[in-house]
Design a protein around this ligand. Sequence first.
Ligand SMILES: Cc1cc2nc3c(=O)[nH]c(=O)nc-3n(C[C@H](O)[C@H](O)[C@H](O)COP(=O)(O)OP(=O)(O)OC[C@H]3O[C@@H](n4cnc5c(N)ncnc54)[C@H](O)[C@@H]3O)c2cc1C
Length: 260
Amino acid sequence: MTQHSHPAYERIPAHEPKPPHQIQKVRHEIQHRYPIVTQVESLSPSFIRILLEGDDLVGLPSMSFDDHIKVFVPDGQGNEVNRDYTPRAFNPEAGILELEFVVHADGAASDWAQQVKIGDQAHLAGPRGSMIIPMDYDWYWLIGDPTALPAIHRRIEELPLDAHITVIAQVDHPEDQRQMMASTSSRQVHWVSSLEALLDQVQQLDLPQGDGFVWGAGEGHTMKQLRQLIVTEKGHPSDYTRISAYWKTGATDLDDENPS
Ligand SMILES: Cc1cc2nc3c(=O)[nH]c(=O)nc-3n(C[C@H](O)[C@H](O)[C@H](O)COP(=O)(O)OP(=O)(O)OC[C@H]3O[C@@H](n4cnc5c(N)ncnc54)[C@H](O)[C@@H]3O)c2cc1C
């Protein structure tokens, strides 16, 4: 008997181009890793860079700029808690991983980053998966507060040099405005100093022509408003939007969530 496949499920022959903008989700086996701290550097008033090295970082699978790993830190009461951090840069052959911690008033991970010393052992787990957002869009908006900057810096480094990128970023101190890319007519950075100003700046900008991807991360209430602004008010397709809460005012241990 001859089988007739439904047109929607027909296989695309290997030689035909794939449909554009295919987001790929990849799962990784979760591994616990215990590397050694080999560098601690204060980058600016709000950021501490920590370099970790170890054999169990060899082969670390981080396939997307917005992956996260769990960092286990003491909570000050004899327990270990974990918090999410972006693999800012890594060398899976050499077993080296770089993280950037935002320093804030009161948090176990923020405290750990301020106290940790070269030679200390760290405890990490993950990443548990990667959501690979393709690089075939006409333009990219990258929006966020300080916690989003490690991912934004990494995304810019990974996108093609001729990609059209607009960054709208909030930082608490002028010295936190680290150079991320040369400003040209197709690559622009807007720095703002408050979360209200972040939303105002987004409001003022028109979406460019063509297919674009809007990525945003940061404080949860602000990200909810950002999503409203991008998808509901500006009419950007939600399929081409990824906006995540990275922390929430008044809440501890927030796992990543999409506030849609
Ligand atoms: C996918 C993902 C990736 C992330 N990547 C990074 C990263 O690379 N670098 C980074 O610094 N953070 C990153 N974060 C955010 C980080 O996980 C949170 O800020 C986390 O809550 C910090 O833990 P803590 O123990 O210092 O504070 P918590 O114990 O979680 O919180 C204590 C108090 O501090 C407040 N708080 C938490 N974070 C902040 C902040 N940034 N600013 C001001 N107040 C805060 C909370 O509202 C709470 O009141 C990421 C989060 C996610 C979900």
